[in-house]
Design a protein around this ligand. Structure first.
Ligand code: UD1
Ligand code: UDP
Length: 375
């Protein structure tokens, strides 16, 4: 087995774990030698460990423990830590996910070391470079050797940026694979009972810097959420990033509003499955509500996932428009424009990605360094 080429997955933040699980499973089914490097970007048990347990991810072979910091400090720690690990393990391919700082750092390290890379969730664009994630997406796609796209719009973005079409594979959405796999265990009743919820309710998640870092923006957002809470009880499993600023802006337990710790993957999606409405600024939650058919109001001026609007239950709203949009969504229920899920959101993206990677590992396009190891 030691002679077989090694695939390393670099994971750091909550959404990475959800996207990687089906790819890891798919590669395991093909007998590919692989390992997970956890960067430690997310480290609280409820932001990390619970996902490994809920998704059945294998233990990481290393945890860099980089923790939190400014973009530069966190990325610097990621770069030096990942360089050491990549040199130690000499992978044939490094797989990165989504658009977080751990993704960017892994791509930069591998590009400089000449180690081939694959990007899962390539080509998404919000066209808003004020979002740290947009910078990470552009750099990651420019440097990746294999690009796995979750929706057709990604293909044209990549083509417009000069990425060779031969590197790009439209494979569907592994985050939706994880959701399909979890579906039989998504029972709203136990988590509703634990949180004391009876009747209709909404779920809100808020953590985008543009919404929660600036006190004025946070106040506008909290006022908007309070406008929803006047209509229907709102449960907020709160990301650690926004906790203090949003609390200062008035997002605290009160009539109609319940603030709780982040929930584990199965608990969270169980709660969402039973919700009348979701309010969010998350990327992944826009996709999951589309698949579950739950109305979703995304409090952002743009989305890198427009397919959740054209094919799903998602609507973009300003904070000022949120209470009225919530009232309409609660009255209308979920409206999916096309009545169909986006193409290839069928629970089989992980195996598709695994097949492409396996064929690539067997093919003749390994780098000289990896070739030496592959034999
Ligand atoms: C990161 C990603 C974002 C993604 C989000 C998923 C970047 C630039 N951003 O944002 O794209 O949507 O993860 O959740 O990579 N913290 C804790 N415990 C933890 C992790 C974080 O308390 O386990 C707190 C720290 O105060 C930290 C803050 O959250 O400073 C932000 O964490 P960080 O990983 O830098 O960015 P996120 O906002 O989580
Ligand atoms: N999620 C979770 N518990 C929560 C909130 C979110 O398990 O309390 C899951 C959610 O179902 C999705 C992922 O975390 O699978 C999305 O992560 P997040 O919103 O933090 O990041 P983004 O998708 O915005 O990058």
């Amino acid at each position: 087995m030691r002679d077989h080429p090694l695939v390393l997955h670099v994971l750091g933040a909550r959404p990475n774990f959800v996207k990687a699980a089906p790819v890891v499973k798919g590669l395991a089914a093909l007998g590919v030698r692989q390992g997970i490097i956890h960067t430690g970007q997310h480290y609280d048990a409820l932001m990390s460990d619970v996902f490994f347990a809920d998704l059945g991810l294998p233990e990481p072979i290393a945890n860099l423990g980089v923790g939190s910091g400014t973009h530069a400090r966190q990325t610097a720690a990621l770069l030096t830590g990942l360089e050491d690990l990549v040199l130690e393990h000499r992978p044939a391919l490094v797989v990165v996910y989504g658009d977080v700082n751990s993704t960017l750092a892994a791509i930069l390290v591998c590009a400089k070391l000449g180690v081939p890379t694959a990007h899962v969730e390539a080509g998404l664009r919000s066209f808003d470079r004020g979002m740290p994630e947009e910078v990470n997406r552009i750099v990651t796609d420019a440097l990746s050797d294999l690009l796995f796209a979750t929706s057709p719009d990604a293909l044209s973005h990549l083509a417009n940026e000069g990425v060779a079409p031969a590197k790009v594979h439209l494979v569907g959405n592994p985050m939706i694979d994880s959701l399909f796999a979890a579906l039989p265990s998504l029972d709203p009743a136990p988590v509703q009972e634990r949180l004391g919820i009876t009747g209709r309710y909404a779920v809100a998640t808020l953590h985008r810097p543009a919404n929660v870092d600036d006190p004025q923006a946070a106040r506008e957002l909290v006022d908007a959420v309070l406008g929803v809470a006047e209509q229907v009880p709102v449960i907020v499993p709160l990301h650690p990033r926004g906790r203090q600023r949003l609390a200062e802006a008035g997002l605290v337990d009160r009539d109609g509003l319940r603030i709780v710790d982040p929930l584990g993957y199965v608990d969270f999606l169980s709660l969402v499955r039973g919700a009348a409405l979701v309010v969010t600024d998350s990327g992944g939650v826009q996709e999951e509500t589309t698949m579950l058919g739950v109305p979703c109001l995304t409090v952002r001026p743009n989305t890198e996932r427009p397919i959740t609007v054209t094919h799903g239950t998602n609507r973009l709203v300003t904070p000022a428009a949120l209470p009225a949009a919530a009232s309409k969504a609660l009255a209308d229920g979920a409206a999916t424009p096309s009545g169909e899920l986006p193409p290839l959101w069928d629970g089989a993206a992980g195996p598709r990605i695994a097949r492409v990677i396996d064929a690539w590992l067997r093919g003749d396009n390994l780098s000289p360094a990896a070739k030496g190891q592959a034999r």
